[in-house]
Design a protein around this ligand. Structure first.
Ligand SMILES: Nc1nc2c(c(=O)[nH]1)N[C@H]1C(S)=C(S)[C@@H](COP(=O)(O)O)O[C@H]1N2
Ligand SMILES: [Mo]
Length: 316
């Protein structure tokens, strides 16, 4: 049994109906006890990943107070495939193995191909960038991510003239571990970007964190980080990237369109229907809860031009 029952905190990102489904899943997985013993352990945990710090995304340059302690960042996660409690992803990290892993690039590209994760890691030079991740639930953490601009991959597969969006998909937990899969949100986890957002140099295809390959709870072996958008845009454990002409369906938007828009740009002026977005709980080394004001685009003013002429109150 891989799901921790007792201290499960219910995320505000899900609705009461989802929690009902989730409870059923927990009961189901309790019955699946013996199979869990056979699950592989995560092969990559703790493997060092070398990358030079990017000078523009240092603590000093970004004006950040300090890093979120590694322990905190790797034990307070959203990764619903592994459970909806913040401590579930760490506890359930052996539910899948990030090795071996392939990721297929499909759709409106001239050079579709399937990458083995090692090939993908070698596509461009890794950099370490300190970005703040701001979750739509109004908490944030500052961590050193390792990866390279997604534009490197986009250029390598040569999008056709029809490519307007990119759809990012995670494995389907109902296929990978059917006995333990929950139905918290529609699977597979699906997110998307407009092509110009995906090409923006800030958009990071991410393989590591704190000098190591991504541990499973952070989305091993590869995930997205789009630092000016709410955390839910940054799909973890990617298996497929599809270039499309039409705007892709995305999981949170499908579940609750009034609460989770396609753009999901961090914006303190547009409240979530159930809470304000004007400030956030910062995960720091402090024992106390530290709140800080939320910054528009999470402080990355340079992306504003991507949205000129758009009403960000409507296209939230
Ligand atoms: N596949 C997948 N990716 C996901 C999620 C998820 O549930 N499944 N949660 C998202 C949300 S809501 C957030 S805030 C970030 C959290 O990343 P972290 O746990 O590394 O902080 O991952 C995002 N990526
Ligand atoms: Mo989130």
């Amino acid at each position: 049994m891989k799901y921790k029952f007792k201290s499960r905190t219910v995320s505000s990102e899900i609705t009461p109906q989802d929690i009902y489904h989730d409870r059923r899943r927990v009961v189901k997985s309790l019955m699946a006890l013996p199979a869990a013993a056979l699950l592989p352990t995560s092969a990559q945990a703790g493997t060092a990943l070398a990358a030079a710090p990017h000078p523009d995304y240092s603590l000093e340059k970004r004006g950040y107070d300090g890093l979120t302690p590694k322990k905190k960042a790797l034990s307070y996660n959203n990764f619903y495939e592994l459970g909806t409690g913040k401590d579930d992803p760490e506890f359930n990290k052996d539910l899948y193995s990030p090795e071996p892993w392939t990721i297929s690039i499909e759709g409106e590209v001239n050079k579709p191909r399937t990458f083995d994760i090692d090939q993908l890691r070698k596509l461009a030079t890794m950099e370490e960038r300190i970005y703040r991740l701001r979750c739509v639930e109004a908490w944030s953490m500052v961590v050193p991510w390792i990866g390279f601009s997604l534009s490197n991959l986009i250029n390598a597969v040569e999008p056709t003239g029809n490519a307007k969006y990119i759809n990012f998909l995670t494995f389907n937990p109902e296929e990978l571990f059917p006995d333990d899969a929950n139905r918290a949100i529609p699977w597979p986890y699906s997110e998307g970007l407009r092509m110009d957002e995906a090409m923006h140099p800030l958009t990071l295809l991410t393989f590591g964190i704190y000098g190591e390959q991504l541990p499973t709870q952070s989305g091993a072996p590869v995930r997205m980080i789009i630092p000016w958008k709410y955390g839910f845009k940054s799909g973890k454990a990617l298996t497929k990237i599809i270039f499309t002409e039409r705007k892709p369906h995305t999981s949170w938007n499908l579940l609750q369109p009034s609460e989770y828009g396609f753009y999901a740009n961090v914006n303190p002026e547009v409240p979530h229907p159930r809470w304000s977005q004007s400030s956030e709980k910062a995960l720091t080394s402090s024992l106390w809860v530290e709140r800080r004001p939320t910054e528009k685009f999470n402080g990355f003013d340079e992306v504003a031009s991507l949205y000129s002429g758009m009403d960000l109150n409507k296209l939230f």
